[in-house]
Design a protein around this ligand. Sequence first.
Ligand code: HPA
Length: 282
Amino acid sequence: MTKPDSLQRIRQATHFLREQIAMTGKPLPRIAVVLGSGLGEFADSLETSCVVDYTEIPHFPRPTVTGHAGRLLVGTIRGVPVIVLQGRVHAYEGYSPEEVVFPIRVLGGLGITQLILTNAAGSLSHQLAQGSLVAISDHINLTGTNPCTGVHDPQLGPQFFDMTHAYSRRLRQLALRTAFEQGWTMQEGIYLGVSGPSFETPAEIRFFRTIGADLVGMSTVQEVIAARHIGLEVLAISCVTNLAAGLTEAELNHAEVLETGQQTAHRLGPLLTSLVPSIATL
Ligand code: HPA
C-alpha cells in the first residue's frame, strides 16, 4: 500500500545511489537487471565499478531467503552501463507489496528506462521443460494484492494505468532472436503470480492451467505492475526450475529450485550479456 511518505523514502534511496554511482565517474545506467532465485551468477560476468549491499541503501528491503545475495552492482556489459540487483524480496518473507516494489521505484528514480526481470518458476506444461528459459508474454496476478493501492500520489504515477503491453513485445522479440542466434529456442509463456511460501496443490495447478497460465511463481507480478506504473519497459524471463505440483509424482523443494536455477546459468549469462548491449541500441 502506498503511504504518504513513500515518495520521500524512494527519493532518499535514489539520492544515496546517485552519489555512489557519481563516484564511479560513469554515466547513470538506463538498463537494470533483477536476478532471481539461484540466478545470481550472471553478476560475476559484469565489469563491476561499484557494489552496494542492500543494507547500506536507505529503506532498501533485505532478502532473508537462501539464493538471494542482496547486493546492487553497477557496472558495464560490453561497455554498456547497467545496474544489477542480485536478489529480491518477496511477500512470503513478510514484506508488503510496497516494500517488494521499492527497489523498482528506486530504479525508476535513477533514470532506468528498461528493466529485465528474471525469476524461478514452476512449469504448468510438459512443453516448458525443467531447465528451460521462457520469455514471459503476460501475467495473471493471483497474489491478492497490488503494490499501487493506497492513497493516490500523482508524483508516484497515475492512479489508473494500462497493463495491455506490460511485457514489451520488442524486448521479447529481441530476446527470442538472441537465444536463436546462440543456438537454442526460447519459448513464451504466461506467468501466474502467487504469494507462497507453500508450493501449490495439484488442484490449484489444474485451475491455473484452466485459466491460461503456463508458469507459476512467487515474484515478478508486483514488480511489473510497479514498473508499468512509472513507465518502464519490461522484459521478464523465467527459469523453469521444476514441473509444477501434480505434473509429476515428485515433491517440490527449494533446494531443487536453486540447483536448477544455477544449471541454467550457462544460457542465461550469455543471453543477458548479449541482450543488454542490444537493448542499449534500441
Ligand atoms: N511454484 C511456485 N513458485 C515457484 C515454483 C513453483 O512450482 N518453482 C519455482 N518457483
